[in-house]
Design a binder for this molecule. Structure first.
Ligand code: MTE
Ligand code: MO
Length: 451
């Protein structure tokens, strides 16, 4: 593959530049002859930091090479946890064409989704400073003029544009989603999922192309030695074939170890203020814009959407409330009748897709007892419907394992007292290891589907 720096060298030497193989002649002439650089950003003289070079870029790259595959894995697992194989489940079934092999999301260990999503959101936020630093370190490469001298180079740059565009898109939509909850004109899940596939493709290609360079560059100096170099002793990396090292570097204003400390420190600081939200420890959850709404006493823990926002009225949850369980027979149960059934207590997390989680002690009727009472013994799945009736949260489909786990509950109480309205009174689902969205609040109907 031709090297991107050729362009600049040839032009500056004043040599006649000629098109390389496979590149359309008219396009080349347009870019080379008519095309003056469209702005000062394209002048190599603007990018003079003496710190830029293949080693520094590779250090950031190595961190991302570990972090981003974890983001991809946890992201795709989160998508699978939404159980898109069941039409009626919120969001993901809309992503036609890019389906993964379906499997029933397990109920064991109960912290599975909590860990998955804590990692996805926590790591995603912690990687923001690293991604920005890596972009800074290669920024002159984004402004090379003319944009390409060969078809191969054009393809390489197009893949870079997709890589940079998609990672920024994924970070931006992810952060917006956890801070403001679905503010987009488009559906977050569909956009974030399609964006992820663009990113995955571009990332795999990029790693394939750059891995040898990265390994070579990392060997060019040792991190431990570099951490001893003071500002006074900071000199540019030797000129490189990739054009990362400035042609005319300015004097350093910060050492390499200083840059690493700033970027690493920013990443740790983001982690420190978000960790509380992830593990449900409030004092350090400084970044949690959401979840300002809590309850009282034993019900004092994070509320996703309040009863009022969901349009649940006092009349809905009055003594006229009945739960319908539809199987071979249809059961109609008041809250008193539910409380009279055998009660089971389990300590289980609510783990939201947005990264926050909270572990509470829930008491109620085992879902599998209701399945049995309704006379169903070859259950396939169950549609849980809320009094809320409308919208993405009004319904969830649970798989057989989720319905029959000994800790899966139709919870009536939490921490020894009745559920608050905001936490789903008169009754809500709590399913081990499930994403928060499947713990339907204000349950009115359980429709059992047989295999
Ligand atoms: N009916 C209904 N159920 C719902 C929701 C909702 O908005 N409406 N939010 C879901 C989401 S996304 C989460 S994370 C949990 C949050 O439960 P909590 O508000 O009791 O903490 O409830 C789930 N169940
Ligand atoms: Mo959620």
């Amino acid at each position: 593959m031709p090297d991107t720096t050729d362009t600049r060298k040839v032009r500056e030497d004043g040599e006649e530049a000629g098109p390389e193989y496979g590149f359309p002649q008219p396009l080349f002439e347009l870019l080379e002859k008519k095309g003056k650089p469209p702005g000062p950003l394209f002048s190599p003289r603007l990018w003079r930091s003496p710190l830029r070079g293949p080693w520094l870029t590779s250090v950031f790259g190595a961190v991302l090479l570990i972090g981003l595959p974890i983001m991809i894995l946890t992201g795709l697992l989160s998508y699978m946890a939404y159980q898109p194989q069941f039409p009626g489940n919120a969001f993901p079934h809309k992503v036609y064409g890019l389906r993964l092999p379906y499997f029933d999301w397990p109920t064991n260990p109960s912290w599975l989704y909590r860990l998955n999503q804590g990692l996805h959101v926590g790591l995603g936020l912690a990687l923001v400073p690293i991604v920005l630093a890596k972009l800074w370190s290669v920024i002159p490469k984004l402004f090379v003029w003319p944009p390409a001298r060969s078809a191969a180079q054009l393809l390489e740059r197009a893949s870079l544009a997709l890589l940079v565009g998609s990672i920024l898109f994924e970070l931006a939509t992810g952060v917006l989603n956890i801070q403001y909850d679905y503010v987009f004109g488009f559906d977050f899940y569909t956009a974030h999922y399609y964006g992820a596939w663009v990113f995955i493709a571009a990332f795999v290609l990029h790693v394939g192309l750059k891995l040898p360079t990265m390994r070579r560059s990392l060997k060019s100096r040792r991190l431990r030695d570099e951490l001893r170099v003071s500002l006074a002793d900071t000199v540019p990396e030797p000129p490189d074939e990739h054009g990362l090292v400035a042609e005319d570097p300015s004097d350093p204003t910060i050492s390499r170890r200083g840059v690493l400390a700033v970027v690493g420190g920013a990443s740790l600081a983001v982690t420190a203020v978000t960790l509380g939200q992830t593990v449900g420890w409030r004092p350090t959850a400084l970044l949690s814009a959401r979840g300002q709404s809590y309850g009282d006493g034993p019900n004092d823990f994070q509320v996703n959407r309040t009863a009022r926002t969901a349009g649940i009225t006092d009349a809905d949850v009055s003594s006229y409330y009945r739960l319908f369980v539809e199987g071979r027979t249809t059961l109609q149960l008041s809250r008193e009748e539910l409380l009279a059934l055998p009660q089971h207590t389990a300590e289980l997390p609510i783990a939201c897709v947005e990264g926050w989680s909270t572990v509470q002690t829930w008491t109620g009727v085992r879902l599998r007892d209701l399945v049995q009472m309704a006379g169903v013994d070859n259950l396939d799945s169950a549609v849980i419907t809320s009094l809320e009736r409308q919208g993405a949260f009004s319904r969830a489909v649970l798989n057989r394992g989720q319905m029959t786990d000994s800790d899966s509950l139709l919870a009536l109480q939490v921490n020894g007292v009745d559920l608050s309205m905001d936490h789903g009174f008169p009754a809500r689902c709590i399913v081990p290891a499930a994403p928060g969205v499947h713990n339907t609040k204000w349950v009115s109907r359980i429709e059992l589907r047989e295999a």
